[in-house]
Design a protein around this ligand. Structure first.
Ligand SMILES: Nc1nc2c(c(=O)[nH]1)N[C@H]1C(S)=C(S)[C@@H](COP(=O)(O)OP(=O)(O)OC[C@H]3O[C@@H](n4cnc5c(N)ncnc54)[C@H](O)[C@@H]3O)O[C@H]1N2
Ligand code: MOO
Length: 404
């Protein structure tokens, strides 16, 4: 049996980083910069006022001068005025927040320290020159690194890139994943179920989980346990995909369509193109990985909880790494258990968890069965029990992964 770490390494070897592409800013949320973003302009781009008020010359408005003092207002400088009209000696200009300082203007008097006059204004006191002035380049200087390669483009990083006048940023593009579920018992939503049939839930769940980490997902219509039909569906699924993801059909019985279709030589050297393996974990033991038509392929077990846990353990880190994320793991805590749990010897167990933030404990949420989808949907965490632990008591500390 493979360890969890061994299978994770096998998958990592299969899927490389996505290319860095110029991407429109409004499509960059959550994507990772592939190279340093160099500021093309200064921020702020020019000296400007931080206050609505009046701007004067230092010689006309000495901070230790005699106030009140009344001076003529020569002109208005609203934000956006660009003619650069100089400030005549012995006058003030009305200036608004964000408007450029006129040549000669050094002292900003907030409107609150004046009578607010339009043609002439009474000044009740003057700050020192430079106070309330936002200097060109004081936030960022043109030619320096605004955002380093590896930065995740969140709302504030997008704001900064926009302020620098950039329409696109060079980010690793989303990984393109095609999801394909298998099983003759599976039915689409809205259909009437015959005995033995169930509604298909893995592809919507896996697609949503993949989209939540920024992947671009296509769902191929799920296929029956029929090898030619699966091969045809995989051919279609492989077009334009960076990764193929199947669920179901990989365990030990008959009618294991994924295993049946993909076992046997397929690699260039006659080696199997897909390895079907057992991983020492519960749930999620039967796994597979390889290539189909040259495209990396990961085969997940069909039980819904097994499929989702496999996503958390293997796919989520894989997708995040391919997209250049600095952090591929969920936030991890060490938390004491509220109740006893048991775990199979020699397997890493992933139990659905529920945190009690007041008590500072975690409980197993539902049993270990890999069909218990409703308990999975109610869990806020995953409890990870090491391979060598078989019986844990209340108060024992366990590793807990925080889910969204
Ligand atoms: N004799 C053995 N039987 C099983 C073993 C074993 O080692 N020996 N392993 C068990 C484990 S562990 C798992 S996990 C499952 C994996 O089975 P498959 O990957 O072949 O999945 P299926 O047999 O196709 O389905 C299992 C189960 O999940 C339901 N399912 C499948 N796909 C979907 C879907 N898209 N949406 C909703 N539900 C789905 C399916 O109806 C089955 O109930 O094998 C054990 N058996
Ligand atoms: O490993 Mo299966 O995934 O236990 O249910």
């Amino acid at each position: 049996m493979r360890t969890v770490a061994e299978h994770a390494s096998a998958l990592a070897a299969l899927v490389g980083p996505t290319p860095v592409v110029a991407t429109p800013l409004n499509e960059a949320l959550g994507l990772v910069l592939g190279r340093d973003l160099i500021a093309p302009v200064d921020l702020p781009p020019f000296d400007n006022s931080a206050m609505d008020g009046y701007v004067g010359r230092a010689a006309d408005l000495p901070a230790d001068g005699t106030f009140p003092l009344t001076l003529p207002v020569s002109h208005d400088i609203p934000a956006g005025r660009s003619d650069g009209r100089p400030l005549a000696a012995g006058t003030l200009a009305r200036i608004m927040t964000g408007a450029p300082l006129p040549p000669g203007g050094e002292v900003i008097v907030p409107v609150e320290r004046t009578d607010g006059g339009v043609d002439r204004v009474r000044i009740d006191g003057a700050p020192a020159p430079g106070v309330h002035v936002r200097r060109r380049g004081e936030d960022l200087t043109a030619g320096t690194v605004a955002l380093a390669a590896g930065t995740v483009m969140g709302p504030t990083q997008i704001g900064l890139a926009a302020a620098l006048g950039l329409a696109t940023v060079d980010v690793r593009r989303p990984l393109r994943v095609t999801v394909l579920s298998t099983g003759s018992e599976l039915m689409p939503p809205g259909s009437a179920l015959e005995p033995g049939q169930i509604y298909e839930s893995n592809s919507p769940m896996l697609a949503a989980a993949l989209r939540a980490v920024g992947a671009q997902v296509r769902i191929e219509h799920f296929v029956a346990d029929d090898v030619p039909a699966l091969l045809a569906a995989l051919e279609q699924a492989a077009t334009g995909a960076d990764l193929l993801l199947t669920s179901g059909g990989v365990s030990a019985g008959a009618y294991e369509v994924v295993k049946d279709a993909l076992t046997g030589p397929g690699g260039a050297d006659g080696a199997p193109a897909v390895d079907f393996v057992k991983v020492a974990m519960q749930p999620g033991m039967p796994q597979g990985a390889g290539r189909f038509a040259g495209v990396p392929l990961v085969t997940l077990p069909g039980n819904p909880v097994s499929s989702y846990v496999s996503f958390e353990v293997f796919l989520r880190p894989l997708v995040r790494a391919a997209m250049g994320h600095p952090d591929v793991m969920r936030p991890v805590l060490r938390v004491p258990l509220a109740d006893a749990i048991s775990s199979p010897a020699g397997k890493r167990q992933f139990r659905r968890g529920h945190l009690d933030t007041e008590a500072g404990t975690v409980s197993a949420w539902g049993g270990p069965g890999s069909h218990l989808l409703s308990w999975l949907a109610g869990a806020d965490s995953m409890i990870v029990v090491d391979e060598d632990a078989t019986s844990l008591q209340p108060g024992d500390e366990v590793e807990v992964w925080l889910l969204d």
